[in-house]
Design a protein around this ligand. Structure first.
Ligand SMILES: *Cc1c(COP(=O)(O)O)cnc(C)c1O
Length: 351
């Protein structure tokens, strides 16, 4: 890769970050009169009168044990959306630099890049929903700062070939971001172990899916410590609130429970896959490494509306490239999935 100093926006390299009260003194115990907090307490729950740990050390300690990384290779954000935004702002000079995304994929990469006035170069997946590596390398230039790879991919559900991803990490001179939001549902292994060998690699994970904590908003970026230092430099000082930090710290004690939830979801995904394949209105159920299925129907718009009228809400992805007539269906609990299949059978009989 290029030197990190050549990829980062120059003014950020030289920026003196905001220094919070808790940066300047972080000891415990003592009379804290430095942060203009309310020393009397709070209107509810006494403890929320104090600012939270700006560096979330306890969570990073715990995560580093679970994930076998170093605490200084971890950045925590308000959902994965925060690191996506910060990574783009860290590297992309507005109206000059560009990023590569591979549709159909998660929209936030291109929305956030556009917001930052970074050009978005779209390199569609192949018909088989695989990365078109040659086309990616044809489309990049000296101003391509980031390539976003989502694997397992949303909304197609599949993981990309390991070989293709390694070709990109190994040969691209800029930053490769691999979004592993759905990795817990896959046994493809992921790329977290590669951050020690590739200083240009950022792995995104989240507690929103397998851990079942979408409401708490905790996304994680893993990378070489030099990239993490830069993300720390530009984040909001107290970006993870105290309530979330407490709940996450507790939740991380229950990795076994997470694994049980994953098994239950995978069972339900299999049930859905089998049942959907029996329906005449279904043309294809795509293989999934995630907690959802992409399903191609004969007439997705009508199926979507029929389900909606019966209070079953799925995601219509038909407008995305390569997703014609396709609905994305999250695996629910057994009763929900049975209700869905029931209604689809009714639709089929009425059609
Ligand atoms: C759901 C999802 C996320 C998670 O976003 P959070 O902000 O962490 O809730 C990230 N990437 C992809 C591709 C997703 O589908």
């Amino acid at each position: 890769m290029k030197k990190l100093e050549e990829l980062v926006r120059p003014h950020i390299l030289h920026l003196t970050p905001y220094s919070s009260a808790r940066d300047e003194f972080s000891g415990s115990g003592g009379i804290f009169l430095d942060a203009n907090e309310n020393s009397f307490g709070s209107v509810i729950q006494e403890k929320y009168n104090r600012y939270p740990d700006p560096h979330q050390q306890k969570i990073k300690q715990k995560l580093s044990r679970i994930k076998k990384t170093a605490p200084d290779q971890i950045f925590l954000g308000n959902g994965s959306d925060e690191p996506i935004d910060l990574i783009i702002r860290l590297f992309c000079i507005p109206a000059k630099d560009n990023v590569v995304v591979m549709p159909p994929t998660y929209d936030m990469y291109s929305v956030t890049a556009t917001l930052q006035e970074a050009e978005v170069r779209k390199v569609s997946l192949t018909e088989k929903y695989e990365i078109d590596v040659e086309e990616v390398f044809r489309r990049i230039d000296g101003n391509t700062k980031i390539i976003f790879i989502c694997s397992p991919n949303n909304p197609t559900g599949n993981s990309f070939s390991r070989e293709n991803i390694l070709k990109i990490i190994g040969n691209f001179q800029g930053i490769t971001v691999i979004d592993e939001a759905y990795m817990d549902f896959s046994d493809s292994g992921g790329f977290l172990d590669q951050i020690n060998d590739h200083r240009n690699l950022v792995i995104l994970q989240t507690l929103s899916k397998a851990w079942g904590l979408a409401g708490l908003r905790l996304g994680i970026a893993y990378a070489d410590k030099e990239i993490i230092k830069l993300l720390d430099k530009i984040k909001f000082p107290y970006n993870i609130n105290q309530a979330t930090q407490e709940m996450v710290l507790e939740a991380l004690e229950f990795e076994n429970r997470k694994n049980e939830l994953v098994r239950a979801i995978l069972d339900q995904r299999e049930f859905l896959e089998n049942e959907l394949k029996k329906l005449r209105i279904v043309e294809q159920v795509y293989p999934s490494d995630a907690n959802f299925l992409l399903v191609r129907f004969r007439d997705a718009a009508r199926v979507f509306q029929y389900l909606l009228d019966r209070n079953i809400i799925v995601r219509n992805r038909s407008k995305l490239v390569l997703c014609e007539n396709s609905l994305r269906i999250t695996a629910g609990i057994p009763e929900e999935n049975a209700a869905l299949i029931d209604q689809l059978k009714k639709f089929e009989n009425e059609a």
